[in-house]
Write a protein that binds this ligand. Structure first.
Ligand code: CMC
Length: 393
């Protein structure tokens, strides 16, 4: 008390103890509940990982079936929420729509935990996991001028999302297993990342005992920023711009080296914690090659991305600052190959991150953390006398 330590951007301040995700930025290690991200991405389903993050252990077959079936029961969204959705402009950014509608869930499903009545947290968790993909697909359908698709609950989580996105009432839609598996891997890689900006936001909002929906909505808003999850959209736009500019990769690397004067950063590069390769980027880079070749997609921006990476990794500016490609660098190339439009990339990140946000919120509540309330160092005026308006200059 009395002393305030200043740490802008919380570069060295731990805000909590957590048993969910282990991250070693020097070594490039990421584990959920002790399991390596590499192994989970290769062997698990996204819902298995969601269960692991939220409840601490991999589910048994029985626990998994119960979890999956309970989520299926909640995939439909209240029709009145559709009316709110209809009011959004057709070109509204899907992240703005998503955070608004998740916030609206606290009004439509108002039995939120307020510390007084029955604790409905489990129900809220299922609803969020079930409804987020449904809401997300509405934006795409509207942008196409197509009717929304109701969920098809015989499908697994990723396939159901693809169905709601891409099926049309006028023709058969077959889920491509390559696409469903690629989506599964991407969602797993995004599922948690300890105390990042959006997760800290979820915990901070939740620490006032605000309900889960409001806390997640705040997390979605935090994720939207271009320095955080919004970077995946920025990366593709940057790669497109380089392509349109004749593919002069060196010019953009030079601009980024002079970020102080040009204000231009290489999106998808650098990370607060990783001072080595982001392990997620490694997996995604390989997946991008695999998925594009399996789907027979030839995307020239993949080539530009590789050239950019090669040049940057061999440039003293990036080497000295330990700037490596992060999770967002190659993910957009895969999303694009799956048919997902650029303005929905960050929404995909949000669907992936949801179990992590939930797990962190739940942990924060269960360990009864106090309300989050950073201090400050005041640098404003000292006491001065009030000047009547007529006398002000
Ligand atoms: N391009 C050029 N220079 C960079 C970049 C970049 N992408 N990132 C950092 N630097 C420079 C920065 O100018 C600074 O240089 P100097 O030491 O000369 O002042 C140095 O590297 C350290 O950067 P910082 O901004 O102090 O680092 P930070 O930890 O505050 O920021 C970051 C981390 C991720 C916000 C930043 O690297 C960045 O803006 N990257 C681009 C956006 C991006 O890809 N974000 C996604 C992050 S990963 C997934 C997620 O969180 O959603």
């Amino acid at each position: 008390t009395g002393y305030v330590t200043l740490d802008k951007g919380y570069k060295n301040t731990g805000a909590t103890k957590s048993a969910i995700t282990f991250l070693d930025g020097e070594e490039g290690i990421l584990r959920y509940r002790g399991y390596s991200i590499e192994e989970l991405a290769a062997k698990a389903t996204f819902l298995e990982v969601a269960y692991l993050l939220i409840y601490g252990e991999l589910p048994t077959q029985e626990q998994y079936s119960k979890f999956e079936n309970s989520i299926r029961r909640h995939t439909i969204v209240n029709e009145d929420m559709r009316k709110i959705f209809e009011g959004f402009p057709v070109n509204a950014h899907p992240m703005g729509v998503l955070s608004s509608l998740v916030s609206a869930m606290s009004a439509f499903y108002p039995d939120s935990y307020d510390g007084k009545g029955e604790d409905k947290t489990e129900l809220h968790i299922l609803r969020l996991l079930a409804k987020l993909p449904t809401i997300a697909t509405w934006s795409y359908k509207k942008s196409q001028g197509h009717p929304v698709n109701y969920p098809k609950n015989s499908l697994d989580y990723c396939s159901n999302f693809l169905h709601m996105m891409f099926a049309l009432p006028v023709e058969d839609y077959k889920i491509d297993p390559v696409v469903a598996e690629a989506l599964n891997v991407l969602l797993i890689l995004h599922a948690d990342h300890e105390q990042n900006c959006s997760t800290s936001t979820v915990r901070l909002v939740g620490s006032s005992q605000a309900n889960l929906y409001s806390s997640i909505s705040a997390g979605i808003s935090a994720l939207w920023g271009p320095l955080h999850g919004g970077a995946n959209q920025e990366v593709i736009e940057m790669l497109e711009a380089i392509k349109a500019d004749g593919g002069d990769v060196a010019k953009y690397v030079d601009m980024a080296k002079n970020a102080k004067t040009t204000g231009f950063r290489l999106f998808g590069f650098g990370h607060r914690v990783y001072k080595n390769f982001d392990p997620r980027a490694k997996i995604i880079k390989k997946a991008a090659d695999d998925v594009l070749s399996k789907l027979g997609v030839n995307d020239p921006v993949l080539e530009i991305a590789k050239q950019l990476e090669e040049l940057a990794l061999n440039d003293p500016y990036f080497v000295q600052r330990k700037l490596y490609p992060n999770v967002d660098f190659y993910s957009g190339i895969i999303y694009r190959a799956l048919g997902i439009p650029t303005n929905m990339f960050t929404v995909m990140f949000a669907i992936g991150r949801l179990p992590g946000w939930i797990a962190q919120w739940k942990e924060m509540r269960e360990t009864k953390e106090p309300i989050g309330r950073p201090r400050q160092i005041y640098v404003g005026e000292t006491l001065r006398d009030f000047v009547p308006m007529a006398d002000r200059k």
